[in-house]
Design a binder for this molecule. Structure first.
Ligand code: POI
Length: 393
């Protein structure tokens, strides 16, 4: 503990579980694409809460919605209908692909994945799943069964039971064809693998996954927890591929920063779950619902999907213009961007934060990932690219 460390950092390091590695800064404020630490230093935030602050930190519409709802009603379980929940469900179903009009509400991506797993089992009467190598589905023991990297699963041994999961190489149609059988309840895949290194799927792969699952009576579940809500240049990444899945897991940006998750599905899938077969205390709470209504309306009103498409193309063009022997590839979709280096990315991520005031994150050891708010300005993109070029040299 250095003497300059604040009392906040001291307390957090003292009492936190510390399962998550901590940076030695204390962030106290955010607005749009900028966050400030307790000393008043500003950072352009290309972490955005791991792809949560798509509409920007403290979007005024979301702040107002939270303030208004906080003065009306915070607590109402899903067994008791609520006006804000009805408004949110209508708003959400208004933007999901046609046919995905039944929603299980929860509070995180992992919870959405847990729900998806249970709905798929009751919808098909089957218990096997196909998931992707390099895939990430969450940290709960059920979601971890679909998560590929052993580092996430190792400490828990057999408690992570993935004996009913067949992993296939992301993008490999032959492996996919062989893995989907009449025992398969669902194929789980991210349209762009996020934690797995920012890897967009080929249209052929997702379209074949759709065709094969239909052929074999299995569900196609797209995990849009990181790709959803304008991140990739469409409201949902599925739209790039012209595919309508049987279900989508959603979370992160859906409520403008307030914790939320959802499994959206077809009526066929929803109706096969026995009454009372799943649930949760906070799902559909009025606060998250009010924030979600404001967030989705802001996305639509401000054309954020188009913003992500345009700015993502600009951002990747500028990154590709960097002349550096350290860069292997710049890839991504919309404002979900990864730069794969020929060496470990951690030192550059550290330098960006401490020397340049730019926050970025890893996606596997060699990749620097950029997940800025969609509302980032082109000037801020220029600043980030110039900073990245400096730390590479
Ligand atoms: C610092 C930290 O805890 N980071 C998180 C970052 C997770 C980011 N991804 C979440 C995610 C999840 C899990 O979502 P949630 O439970 O973290 O909300 C599911 N599916 C996809 C495609 C996802 O990207 C972690 O390491 O678990």
């Amino acid at each position: 503990m250095t003497s300059t460390q604040s009392k906040w950092l001291e307390a957090e390091l003292k009492y936190d579980s510390r399962v998550v590695g901590k940076h030695e800064v204390v962030m106290t404020r955010g607005q749009g694409s900028v966050v400030w630490d307790e000393s008043g230093r500003s950072y352009i935030d290309c972490v955005a809460g791991y792809g949560v602050a798509n509409i920007g930190h403290c979007h005024p519409d979301v702040v107002k919605a939270i303030r208004d709802q906080a003065e009306r009603l915070l607590v109402m379980p899903q067994s008791l209908p609520n006006d804000k929940r009805a408004e949110f469900l209508s708003e959400l179903v208004g933007v999901t692909p046609a046919g995905l009009d039944r929603v299980f509400l929860c509070n995180s991506g992992t919870e959405a994945m847990e729900a998806a797993k249970k709905f798929a089992i009751t919808a098909t009467g089957r218990k096997r799943f196909v998931s992707m190598k390099r895939g990430f589905s969450g940290r709960s023991l059920g979601a971890l069964a679909f998560t590929w990297e052993t580092k996430y699963r190792e400490p828990f041994g057999e408690a992570v039971d993935n004996r009913n999961v067949d992993f296939v190489t992301y993008g490999n149609i032959e492996e996919l064809r062989a893995a989907i059988t009449s025992d398969t309840a669902a194929v789980i895949l991210e349209p762009v693998q996020g934690e797995g290194g920012v890897r967009p799927a080929s249209p052929e792969f997702i379209q074949e996954a759709r065709r094969l699952t239909q052929e074999k009576g299995a569900l196609l579940i797209l995990d849009e927890i990181q790709t959803g809500f304008c991140r990739t240049g469409k409201m949902f990444a599925a739209e790039h591929y012209g595919v309508v899945p049987d279900g989508m897991t959603l979370a992160k940006a859906m409520a403008g920063g307030v914790p939320i998750g959802a499994f959206v599905m077809t009526a066929d899938v929803a109706d096969r779950m026995p009454a009372g077969g799943h649930g949760g205390t906070f799902g559909g709470n009025p606060l998250a619902m009010a924030a979600g209504v404001a967030a989705i309306r802001a996305m639509k009103r401000e054309g954020m999907a188009e913003q992500a498409r345009e700015k993502g193309a600009y951002f990747m063009e500028k990154l590709r213009a960097i002349q550096s022997p350290k860069i292997r590839e710049v890839r991504g979709l919309g404002l979900m961007i990864g730069v794969e280096l020929k060496e470990k990315s951690a030192p550059y991520i550290h330098a960006l934060e401490h020397e340049e005031g730019v926050l970025t994150l890893q996606a596997t050891p060699l990749v620097v990932r950029f997940l800025p708010p969609v509302t980032i300005s082109r000037e801020q993109i220029d600043t980030v690219v110039a900073a990245f070029e400096r730390v590479l040299n």
